[in-house]
Design a protein around this ligand. Structure first.
Ligand code: NAP
Length: 335
C-alpha cells in the first residue's frame, strides 16, 4: 500500500479506532498487523465494561476463566506490539467528514484526521434515576462490583436487575457481603441458565421478586433501599449499606447522532460488512445494533471492521481499473 501521508498530509493516520474494549482492541491488532498506521482512542482505561468484570468464563481459550481486566490488558499489549498507538481521552465530541475524503475526530484533547474510522465506543450502565441514586454515588451506590465489592465485607447490599450482569456480579458480591438482596422487577431471571442455577444455590442471595427500586435512603452513606412490589403495590425497606445497579446498558453514541445512522435505542446501524452510511466509517462491538452482546462477538466484529477498513484503503489507493492489493487487510489473506 502506498504511503497515504504522502497524498493526504503527514498528520493523517490510516485508521482511528474510537474505543478500547474488546472490539476496538481487536480491530487495532488486525489493523496494525496489516501495517496500517493505527491510533486507538481510549476513554479512562483500556478494556471497556469488560475490564470491570471479575471473571470471564465464556471466552474461548480460558477454561479456568480469566479476569476481564487481564484479558483486555493482554489485547492491548498485543495491539501495541504490532504498532497501534493508544491515546487517552475523556471523550470524542465530533466526527466530521472533510472535503478531501478524510474524517476529523474532535476529542477533548485534540483533533485527529484519519482516512478511515472504526467506531467501537461501547456502552455504559443505565441509571435508574430514582431519588438518592445520584446523591450517593461513591457513598454506597455503584455500578462496579469488581471495583467496590471489597468495601462491603461483612455488610449487606442490594443488586438491582435480573440479567447476566446482575446475577454474576451479585454472586461475586457474596464473596464479601454477608447478605445480597437481588431485586428484580419480574419473577423470572433473564440471566443465562448456568448463572441462575448457581445463584439459586447460593445461601447468601435473597431474591426480591416482582419489585422495583423506588428510593435510596441514608445520611452520610447509603442505609436503605426502598422497593415496591409491582404486583401488590406493597412497599418494603431493605436495610443495606450498598446498592449496585445492573439494569441494562446504553450505547455511548450521543455524539454520533447527526452523522451515522442510529436505531431507536441509539445503537449504530451498519450493513453486514460493518459499514455505516458514511464511506470509510465502520462500527463494531456492543454499541453496534447486533443481537449478541458478548466478548466473542465483539472480537469477531473488531477483526472484520479492520479488514474492511484495509480493503477500503486498498481500493482508494489502487489506480482505476486495477484490482485492489491483497495484504492481510485485503481479500483472501486472513488467518
Ligand atoms: P440486560 O441483559 O439488559 O438486563 C437488564 C436487567 O435489568 C433485566 O433483567 C431487566 O429486567 C432489568 N431492568 C431493565 N430496566 C429496568 C428498570 N428501569 N428497573 C428495574 N429493572 C430494570 O443487561 P445486562 O445484564 O447488563 O447485560 C447486557 C448484555 O451483556 C446482555 O446481552 C448480557 O447477556 C451480556 N452479558 C453477558 C455476560 C456473560 O455472558 N457472562 C455477562 C454480563 C453481561 P427484565 O428482565 O424484566 O427486562
Amino acid at each position: 500500500m502506498p504511503d497515504p501521508s504522502s497524498e493526504t498530509g503527514a498528520d493523517v493516520v490510516d485508521v482511528v479506532i474510537v474505543g478500547a474494549g474488546p472490539a476496538g482492541l481487536t480491530a487495532a491488532i488486525y489493523a496494525s498487523r496489516s501495517r496500517l498506521r493505527t491510533v486507538v482512542l481510549e476513554r479512562n482505561m483500556a478494556g471497556g465494561q469488560i475490564a470491570l468484570t471479575d471473571l470471564v468464563e465464556n471466552y474461548p481459550g480460558f477454561p479456568e476463566g480469566i479476569s476481564g481486566f487481564d484479558l483486555t490488558q493482554k489485547m492491548k499489549e498485543q495491539a501495541e506490539k504490532f504498532g497501534a498507538e493508544m491515546r487517552e481521552i475523556e471523550g470524542v465530541v465530533e466526527l466530521r467528514a472533510e472535503p478531501d475524503g478524510c474524517h476529523a475526530l474532535v476529542t477533548d484533547r485534540e483533533e485527529i484526521r484519519a482516512r478511515t474510522v472504526i467506531l467501537a465506543p461501547g456502552v455504559e450502565p443505565r441509571r435508574s434515576g430514582i431519588p438518592g441514586e445520584a446523591e450517593f454515588i461513591g457513598r454506597g451506590v455503584s455500578w462496579c462490583a469488581t471495583c467496590d465489592g471489597a468495601l462491603y465485607r461483612g455488610k449487606t447490599v442490594a443488586v438491582v436487575g435480573g440479567g447476566d450482569s446482575a446475577v454474576e456480579e451479585g454472586m461475586f458480591l457474596t464473596k464479601f457481603a454477608d447478605k445480597v438482596y437481588l431485586v428484580h422487577r419480574r419473577d423470572q431471571l433473564r440471566a443465562a441458565p448456568i448463572a441462575q442455577e448457581r445463584a439459586f444455590a447460593n445461601p447468601k442471595l435473597e431474591f426480591v421478586w416482582d419489585s422495583v427500586p423506588r428510593k435510596i435512603d441514608g445520611t452520610e452513606v447509603v442505609e436503605a433501599l426502598q422497593v415496591e412490589n409491582v404486583k401488590t403495590g406493597e412497599g418494603r425497606t431493605l436495610p443495606v449499606n450498598g446498592v449496585f445497579m445492573y439494569i441494562g446498558q446504553i450505547p455511548n453514541t450521543t455524539w454520533l447522532k447527526d452523522t451515522v445512522e442510529l436505531d431507536e435505542y441509539g445503537y449504530i446501524v451498519t450493513d453486514g460488512l460493518l459499514r455505516t452510511r458514511i464511506a470509510g466509517v465502520f462500527a463494531c462491538g456492543d454499541a453496534r445494533a447486533n443481537p449478541l452482546k458478548q466478548i466473542a462477538m465483539a472480537v469477531g466484529e473488531g477483526a472484520l471492521a479492520a479488514i474492511q477498513a484495509g480493503r477500503y484503503l486498498d481500493e482508494l489507493d489502487s489506480p482505476p481499473g486495477t484490482p485492489a492489493t491483497a495484504g492481510e487487510s485485503g481479500a483472501g489473506a486472513q488467518q
